[in-house]
Design a protein around this ligand. Sequence first.
Ligand code: PPS
Length: 329
Amino acid sequence: MVKTHKSSSSTLQNILFRKAEDLNLSVALPPEEAYIGSPENFNRRFILGDDGKRLYNIMASHMKFETWKGNDIQEVMAPDAKYISVLRNPATQYESMYTYYAWKSTRYMVELSTFLKTPEKYMTIYEPEKPYVAGRNPMTFDNGLDARKLEEGDPRVDKFITELDQRHHLVLIAEYFDESLILLKDLMCWTIYDVIHFTMNSRSRESLVETSSIDEDAILKWNWADVKLYSHFNKILWEKIANYGEKKMASEVAHLREMKKNLTKECIGTTINNGDKRVWYPQGIKINSYIVNTHARRKHLCGQLTRPEHGYLNLLRERVLSVNQLTSG
Ligand SMILES: Nc1ncnc2c1ncn2[C@@H]1O[C@H](COP(=O)(O)OS(=O)(=O)O)[C@@H](OP(=O)(O)O)[C@H]1O
């Protein structure tokens, strides 16, 4: 999975990590924190415990793809691996990113609405040459094309989108996440049970910054390549839904939502927005996470559905390290 920033990728990651845990699949993991090598380009030496020849079933952490040459990621993935990503409406994605990473005090030094009046100016002064998260067209960047300096309409973006379309088996859309997950289940020959999820890494209401329609227009203009990328894959998603059958889709989405509702009742005791040791909080940002109901503590699925990214990374890392110890001992 290409883990695109602030686009519901942690929720998708939770689904994949659950599968890895239950089926004991090999997962390419960062040795610490949440990035594999980034801001350096992807290289297998950044994978925890890699022996130079292992093939992985799952890779679902943030990393930096400069290109999709076919000799980097493909080299480490199992031959029948499916390539997926997720995109979100650039207007909401950009606000989430700017606020979550506190760019008003850590990068561009101004509020989002001020930045949006003359973004080129702030970009020229403050944008790092090699960022973890790009300040312009971030979802295009995460998927492998640095379009921070490309003029609107640059044909390299169209070419990139065409290539990406050939590369990715499925691009999920955050606004139609449940529909996207039904397609994922179909692609992977899973059951609906496999794609149940609770929303991960969402900001608490008080950590959202309201944007005006002027701001939103400015975000869309500034992130023109992301707008193209999103529009393209949103269209593809709806074509896939039509092929799947709209009636069948609606009935499965309803089933998924019903199962989610029941599991929410069963699993979640409380939702908290700070002080959870399994969560990474950027300074001053409140992130929702779930504490399992006392009576559901022994229920494996409840533990999995409520385990935030860093909790899962630590659990899977321990597993990799103990297997490596056994095989080298
Ligand atoms: N299903 C669904 N639909 C729409 N939006 C969703 C969904 N699931 C998660 N989210 C929102 O995605 C934001 C978190 O994205 P990521 O998990 O990709 O963030 S991160 O890059 O890994 O930090 C975060 O956005 P904000 O709350 O606006 O910050 C989540 O609320």
